[in-house]
Design a protein around this ligand. Structure first.
Ligand code: IPM
Ligand code: MG
Length: 365
């Protein structure tokens, strides 16, 4: 197959980790007989530097006509980077939010799996990590607090800031359908996370989830309050299969879910719309402190590329080959600094990319 991939390397460690993912994709293309054409696009801080804005309309159009988007990470050090002296709508993150909205990417899938070999890097108590876990968080991505009306104003002489958490039933339903569809292909359990004891938006959320759940009688559906969920994630993460939640809760819980795998550098993500189109990026940030040092962990980006193959290109075998290659390299004891433990072999970002790419093989070729 011939496919066009828009590539947004971004800021910080973005260019390094995306280069490794492309290395792996190129190996997949070679082994499985595909052609992947890349078009590099700017978004985030690098676009501010080049174009004065974090995302141009032209970039949105270029991304839309691609078959999928592979992304690194955007943003810089919020305390020191000049990007954060700009008005909020001109900062790097505004570009990412605009891109998600413009491409209609309402469902963000963030798998969180504890590799048995990485148990030593897991910060949880040993009896908890021994049980392992394998969950996917489905985070609603284009609604809620991130996109509600916001303003800062002076009320009776007092500066006041307002952010609005708003959801309509359709936005909730389409995210829920994605979550239940995914659960049908997994262990058939959905945990929907909300704050229905306080928020109206959560009470509507729960009502709509229950309606969708009726259409999936094989799937067990449970509701959990977000504060309890934060606790359950560190107490008993093995209980989760598919976790479904709104935008802001998903942002927070997915960082927690990633950290318990040992490192945020391991976590892939896919942001999908109603079609096969998607944007694939690691869950972690741009890590400006280690940028340019060739020490970042490229695995999250490589696994995001595997999700791209699976969800946007229907290349399941190719995606499996990438995941298998990652598992093998980990099993052989190769580690970047973030997941390093005693007795393992420490490798750089590019060495990790080479190791994974060299393992890619086609079972039928
Ligand atoms: C994420 C990030 C973004 C978010 C930031 C960079 C705007 O934290 O993808 O989780 O909050 O969605
Ligand atoms: Mg986040």
């Amino acid at each position: 197959m011939n496919k066009n991939i828009a590539v947004i390397k971004g800021d910080g460690i973005g260019p390094e980790i995306v280069t490794e993912a492309m290395k792996v994709l190129d190996k997949v293309a070679k082994k499985f007989g595909h052609t992947f054409n890349y078009e590099q696009l700017l978004m985030g801080g690098c676009s501010i530097d080049a174009n004065g804005v974090p995302l141009t309309d032209e970039t949105i159009e270029r991304a839309k006509v691609a078959d999928a988007v592979l992304m690194g990470s955007i943003g810089g050090d919020t305390n020191t980077s000049p990007w954060y002296k700009l008005p909020p709508d001109l900062r790097p993150e505004a570009g990412l939010l605009k891109l998600r909205k413009s491409l209609g990417l309402f469902a963000n899938l963030r798998p969180s799996v504890l590799y048995p070999e990485l148990r030593a890097a897991c910060p949880l108590r040993e009896d908890i990590s021994a049980k392992g876990f394998d969950m996917v968080i489905v985070r609603e991505l284009t609604g809620g607090l991130y996109f509600g009306k916001r303003l800062t104003e002076t009320v009776n002489g007092v500066t006041t800031a307002v952010d609005t958490l708003s959801y309509n039933e359709n936005e909730i339903r389409r995210a829920a359908v994605k979550a239940f569809e995914i659960a049908m292909k997994r262990r058939k359990k959905v945990t929907s996370v909300d704050k229905a004891n306080v928020l109206d938006s959560s009470r509507l959320w729960r009502k709509v989830i229950n309606e969708v759940a009726e259409k999936y009688p094989e799937v067990t559906c449970e509701h959990m309050l977000v504060d309890n969920c934060a606790m359950q994630l560190v107490k008993d993460p093995a209980q989760f299969d598919v976790m479904l939640t709104e935008n802001m809760f998903g942002d927070i819980l997915s960082d927690e879910a990633s950290m318990i795998t040992g490192s945020i550098g391991m976590l892939a993500s896919a942001s999908l719309n109603e079609t096969k189109f998607g944007l694939y990026e690691p869950s972690g940030g741009s890590a400006p402190d280690i940028a340019g040092k060739n020490v970042a962990n490229p695995i999250a980006t490589v696994l995001s590329a595997a999700m791209l193959l699976k969800y946007s290109f229907d290349m399941d075998k190719e995606a499996d080959a990438v995941e298998k290659a990652v598992s093998e390299v980990i099993a052989e004891g190769y580690r970047t600094g973030d997941i390093m433990s005693e007795g393992c072999k420490r490798v750089s970002c590019s060495e990790m990319g080479d190791l994974i790419a060299n393992k890619i093989s086609c079972p039928l070729c």
